[in-house]
Design a protein around this ligand. Structure first.
Ligand code: FAD
Length: 381
């Protein structure tokens, strides 16, 4: 294996596999330190991998919107679906906009892996270092040294170390002079302050909420968990939350005034579970009595349920986070090629970048679109 590779790809996840599968007439090696490819794909979307969304748009991502827009436009959701349908993938649309694999994420992974068989695949081999002398990269793994004209870093973020996450991509980027935007766990549950410890008794209950975080509103389901709060609305909130308060409306489709004259008890009229209503009333120090009998100030107190302010203590951490926000600063990459503007032949794709999407197939789509842009550029060489 002493010959020079056209490309060495670091990481066999969604972005590295898509990139490798799109390479034409190039001699490439794909390094993956797990003993199998695409481990994260298999656990994505509850085993069915939500590969894209009908409404792919830069506004659903954190990061430089013009960079993101340019990359997504090159390989959008329609092209993605056409590409994989042509290769035999069956998808199913859920909630009117999210495309999942109809049978299993393995079907999606198998297509990618099949297309990569033409390359040298080095499994169970950890990338340790990359250096460059003249026009050639020296790629050091736990088992050998490879020489390459181009290196594509697709090693992902820090989330879910159980399926292979590492910081190697950030180390390589820093070594070649790239700025790293501060990373943090995202699409993750939020932990509680002492004042919200009563939430813990509600573990297992879920309800529809609307959460205000900064200028953003995240809607969907909230799940009370033992460690804090989780569920789709909270995961999206974590993308935009840094520190400070969030406001939760536990009755997003209800006007409390509509019940003002009701002769029924509060916990009977509120369209939430009785356990949740009772816990809230006790937290607000209100008796569960007829709504009509509440004094003006008691009714005002009740309104807290529609504007519950709380400052999360933190997040459930990287090992529970679906993605890592922050990462390699995109201002130092060319959006037409994903190549570093600091080092000819060095590319970054996928989650390693400072681009993070909401729940709903946005992150896999980003992995695929950024991989396409890099492959398209290298194919033209
Ligand atoms: C539980 C879960 C569910 C998710 N569900 C969805 C979903 O349904 N839809 C969606 O859009 N997104 C989902 N995501 C997010 C999505 O899976 C990721 O954003 C996407 O897979 C990132 O792809 P990537 O190729 O950039 O990185 P990864 O998939 O993380 O791939 C990086 C690869 O690099 C390898 N690697 C790391 N360091 C080294 C090293 N030193 N040497 C060699 N190899 C190395 C890793 O083992 C890994 O295989 C989910 C994430 C999780 C954790």
């Amino acid at each position: 294996m002493s010959n020079i590779f056209d490309v060495v790809v670091v990481g066999g996840g969604a972005s590295g596999l898509m990139f490798s599968s799109l390479l034409k007439d190039k001699k490439a090696a794909l390094i993956e330190h797990n003993n199998k490819l695409g481990a994260k794909i298999l656990i994505s979307g509850g085993g069915k991998c939500n590969i894209t969304n009908e409404f792919i748009n830069e506004k659903y991502f954190l990061g430089d919107s013009s960079f993101i827009k340019s990359v997504l436009r090159s390989f959008d959701q329609n092209v993605t679906l056409r590409y994989f349908h042509q290769k035999g993938l069956k998808t199913i649309k859920i909630k009117n906009n999210q495309y999942f694999c109809e049978n299993s994420a393995k079907d999606f992974l198998d297509i990618l892996v099949n297309e990569c068989k033409k390359h040298t695949i080095l499994l169970g081999e950890e990338l340790l270092d990359v250096s460059k002398v003249g026009d050639i990269f020296y790629v050091k793994t736990s088992k050998r040294e490879l020489n390459a004209k181009n290196v594509v870093v697709s090693s992902g973020g820090l989330s879910y170390s159980s399926v292979g996450a590492s910081d190697i991509g950030y180390k390589i980027a820093s070594k070649f002079g790239h700025k790293i935007v501060k990373t943090a766990p995202a699409l993750v549950g939020l932990t509680l302050q002492k004042e919200q410890f009563f939430f813990k008794e509600l573990s297992g209950i879920s309800c529809d909420v609307s959460i205000k975080v900064g200028e953003r509103i995240c809607k969907g389901s909230l799940l009370f968990a033992h460690k804090g709060v989780s569920g789709p609305a909270v995961l999206d909130t974590s993308l935009y939350w840094e520190k400070g308060e969030i406001n939760i409306d536990f009755l997003p489709n209800t006007k409390l005034e509509d019940f003002r004259n009701s002769n029924k008890n509060i916990s009977s009229v509120l369209p939430i579970s009785k356990r949740l209503a009772t816990a809230f009333l006790s937290h607000l120090d209100l008796d569960d009595k007829k709504v009509a009998s509440l004094s003006k100030s008691e009714f005002e107190k009740l309104k807290n349920i529609k504007n519950y302010r709380f400052a999360p203590a933190g997040t459930f951490g990287y090992n529970k986070a679906e993605v890592t926000k922050g990462g390699v600063d995109t201002s130092e990459l060319n959006p037409k090629s994903m190549m570093s503007i600091k080092c000819q032949g060095l590319y970054f794709i996928g989650e390693i970048l400072d681009v993070t999407g909401q729940l709903g197939g946005y992150n896999i789509q980003w992995a695929l679109s950024s991989a396409f842009v890099a492959a398209n550029s290298i194919n033209k060489e």
